[in-house]
Design a protein around this ligand. Sequence first.
Ligand code: SDX
Length: 429
Amino acid sequence: MSDQARIDLDGQGFEAEVFEGTEGERAVDISNLRANTGLVTYDPGFGNTGAVKSDITFINGEEAILRHRGYSIEELSEHSTFIETSYLLIYGELPTAEQLEGFRNNITRHTLLREDMKPFFDAFPPDAHPMAILSAATSALSTFYQDHYDPNDPHDVEVSTYRLMAKLPTVAAFAYKRGIGQPYIYPRNDLDYVENFLHMLFAVPAEPYDLDPDVVTALRTLLILHADHEQNCSASTVRLVASSQSNMFAAISAGIGALWGPLHGGANQRVVEMLEEMRDSEESTERFIERAKDKDDPFRLSGFGHRVYKNYDPRAAIIKNKANQVIHKLTGDDPLFEIAAKLEETVLSDDYFIERRLYPNVDFYSGLVYRAMGIPVKMFPVLFALGRLPGWIAQFREMNIDPDKRIGRPRQIYTGPPLRSYVPVDQRA
Ligand code: SDX
């Protein structure tokens, strides 16, 4: 295959190098296109644009393949723990027992928030969306821990990694407690990462909280399944902030903001709200599907479709498989799960969705599992963020040391008014 591409325009030729990745993906390097031709490319949503070279995650959307540092999501979700998968994403290799213990201890010993940060949570209205609190508190952490957050200092990057991994579950649990008016529950060092988060979320000072092993296992699997997904909207946001040499707290805070959108991580909340609408509506599921296909109707089926997967999202397949058993065990049959399964069956046999290769994505069933665990719907995107945190950290760290790194600054094509002269206000129509 050729390792050169050529663009011919106005009698001019531009040669561009073509290079190949580990899995045979090929790219045309247009780094000098504008300097040599005056041309820029136009690619809304960057669906055809590779922004970086990355060693972290590989996705083949046609074959529904997802691997982290070469390990399949099926194997990691079956055999790994969230802390071990986080180590793999951040450092590139599965840890030895000693490395894993050291990583786990560094996180465990950073889970407390400074006491003078607690009023920060009280300042929010009780009905504040927890993603707003999570994003604000993540950036605010850099003001309470100013000793080590220089992105150009490898030691500070290491300390910031532990602090973010350790403190975000505490921040998320405090945000939840703020919303329901219950006392904040402090982290416990005798519990593992997932157990500790569930304890901070659901325990009350008045009585012991018994962890349900099935809930712990289900949440551990969900966090692993959300851990990274290469250059999605929020990871690209984290990288863009990193490219200006801003600190990791600011970058992750921006990533949380991007994830919140209903087209991205906020979809897991929208899916359950949509299924509840279907359950309570006089209209049939088929009517909702017709609306989703109607270009004049803004309604879209949340939890379906994906920029990269043109096949069943492998994460959705794993979640669906586990969802049924977890939901049944925790709450018995859930009518929303039945509606979801029927909706999926109808959609996957509908030509509109088949032609556009729209399948269930990671958000379609995840919310139903969170709901069965007793987690409120507004917290679903927060759970997605906690899962995605090691991926964002890995993407930030890789961006930080990328030899090709430049500040992110896309070009545009201007389509506004041509030059015109200023008109004083008393002479305007
Ligand atoms: C995540 O990028 C990642 O990796 C993200 C993620 C991760 O782990 O980080 O996987 C997590 O964000 C999953 C996606 C969650 N979002 C939703 O479930 C929201 C519903 N889905 C859509 O809004 C949409 O599918 C997107 C946003 C996910 C993808 O949008 P694209 O790639 O820009 O696709 P598109 O909007 O151009 O759709 C192509 C066609 C269009 O129809 P035509 O113009 O060709 O006629 O498919 C249609 C769309 O109208 N379409 C849908 C649809 N999704 C796409 N029609 C009805 N319902 C839908 N859900």
